[in-house]
Structure formats: C-alpha cells, structure tokens
Design a protein around this ligand. Structure first.
Ligand code: KIV
Length: 265
C-alpha cells in the first residue's frame, strides 16, 4: 500500500479537505489508518492524554520516539508526523536538526511538527535543508502555556492577528509543507488559509482551513479532564470500557469466568 506523502498533502489544497488525527500507540495507529485518515500526528498531547501530566511540557524526546515508532509500525498508509517536544528544538538550529533527524532515523516518522512563528524560522530552515519535511504550528501553542497564560483563543485583537498572519507567511517561506492553526477565530483562519500556497490544518480554527485535526482521545470520549469548545466527540468509549471491565470483575468474583469455553480440557 502506498503511503501518503507531503506532496500528496500539498496537492489537496483547494481540492479536498485533509484529515489528520493524533495517535500514540500501535493499536490506535492501526485503527485510524484503517479508517483512512491522511495524516497521523504523534502529538506531544500524549503527555496529557496518555501519560497524565497537566501540560505537554514534561514530554521528552525518548517519550516521543518510543510512541512515534509504535505508530509507524501500526500504520501502512497515512503520513506519520512526529511532534517535537518542548526544548528539543529551541536551543539552536543544530539541536533542532539533530532531534528532527532522530524522529526520521530512529522512529521512522515521515515529517516533524514544531510550535512557533518568527522565533523558530532558523530551526525550520535547518531541518528542511536536510530534506526533512516540517509542519508548522501557530495560534495556541501549548508549549508556551506559561507565556500565553492559559488555553485560550489567540488572534482576537488586531496586533496578535497581524502577528499570526505574518508568522504564517514566514513559516511558508522557511519551507513548512503545512501549518496547524490552533484556537484561532474562523475568519482569521480563513484569511491566513487564503494567503498561503501551503495547506492549513485547523483545530479550533473553524471550517475554512484546508484540513482538520483532533486528538484521538477527544474524538472517542476517552479523556474527561476538560473538553474545549472545538472538540466534537464521535463516541463515548470511556463509559463502555468501564462497563466492560466491571462485567469482567463481576464474573471473576462470581466464579463465572473462566467457564469451560475459555479453559483447556
Ligand atoms: O500535540 C498535539 O496533539 C497537537 C495537536 C493538537 C495539533 O499539537
């Protein structure tokens, strides 16, 4: 089966919406791949939805490499993007390239994503000059949570809206193959999308982006700590899982499981 490439993704702009979702392990990668998504993002959101931290900041390169490798093994068709964790690309362009290279060589990812605008251009240039595709990420950038002061919509006033428009252009010029727009008013996302020749992928950025991304645990109702306005749950699996485990526990306690059908004679 042929893998989706960054060129396929770029060719979708203006033609058909791009579907991206996160996944963090082998079975979730198998399922989202079978469902036919275009891109699997191994997001550093794994720090919150898988590892139980209260932000993405503690996530390490080792966490990301292990999970990215599992997702690559579990998928056959989708493009796999590894999310560069906090402090893996901010120190220098050389550090950024070194760590981006580890995603490709050690985990088998096909591209990397990193957060930020003007301040990360040198890192992006360095990584793309080595032939590694980079996805940008602006708007609400969770790795800067202490600077922006909370998980809230970005670009509501003219000054920050102008900065986002400028950053998007700079990311395109630096060589990004696409840009995630997170928590941005929909008309600003529309303006940015129309100003670029590369695709935008929105999360909480309205319907006018070239594609959409959501977090796997949010789509399936597996994460209940909080639910941003932009999250649509397509299933409520948490309750079903708890019920199934309760039935198992009851049957063991009542000595109903294992029965003859599930035992060796
Ligand atoms: O880490 C992540 O899952 C992300 C998406 C929300 C875009 O960056």
């Amino acid at each position: 089966m042929k893998r989706v490439t960054v060129v396929d993704i770029q060719n979708k702009k203006g033609k058909e919406p791009i579907v991206m979702i996160t996944a963090y392990d082998y079975p979730s990668a198998q399922m989202v791949d079978e469902a036919g998504v275009d891109i699997i993002l191994v997001g550093d959101s794994l720090g919150m939805v898988v590892l139980g931290y209260d932000s993405t900041l503690p996530v390490t390169m080792e966490d990301m490499l292990r999970h990215t490798a599992a997702v690559v093994r579990g998928s056959k068709r989708a493009l796999v993007v590894g999310d560069m964790p906090f402090m893996s690309y901010q120190l220098s362009p050389e550090q950024a390239l070194d760590n981006a290279g580890r995603f490709i060589k050690e985990a088998g990812a096909h591209a990397v994503k990193l957060e930020g605008g003007e301040e990360v251009l040198e890192a992006i240039r360095k990584i793309t000059s080595a032939g590694i595709p980079v996805m940008g990420h602006i708007g609400l950038t969770p790795q800067s949570i202490h600077k922006i002061g909370g998980y809230r919509v970005q670009g509501r006033d003219e000054e920050t809206a102008e900065k986002l428009k400028k950053d998007a252009k700079l990311l395109e010029e630096a060589g990004c193959f696409s840009i995630v727009l997170e928590a941005v008013p929909m008309n600003l996302a529309k303006e940015i999308t129309e100003s670029l020749s590369i695709p935008t992928i929105g999360i909480g950025a309205g319907p006018y982006c070239d594609g959409q991304v959501l977090v796997y645990h949010d789509v399936l109702g597996l994460f209940q700590e909080f639910k941003p306005k932009f999250v649509k749950r397509y299933a409520e699996l948490r309750g079903e899982i708890v019920e199934a485990i309760k039935r198992y526990a009851d049957e063991v306690r009542e000595r109903k499981f294992p029965d003859e059908e599930h035992s060796y004679l």
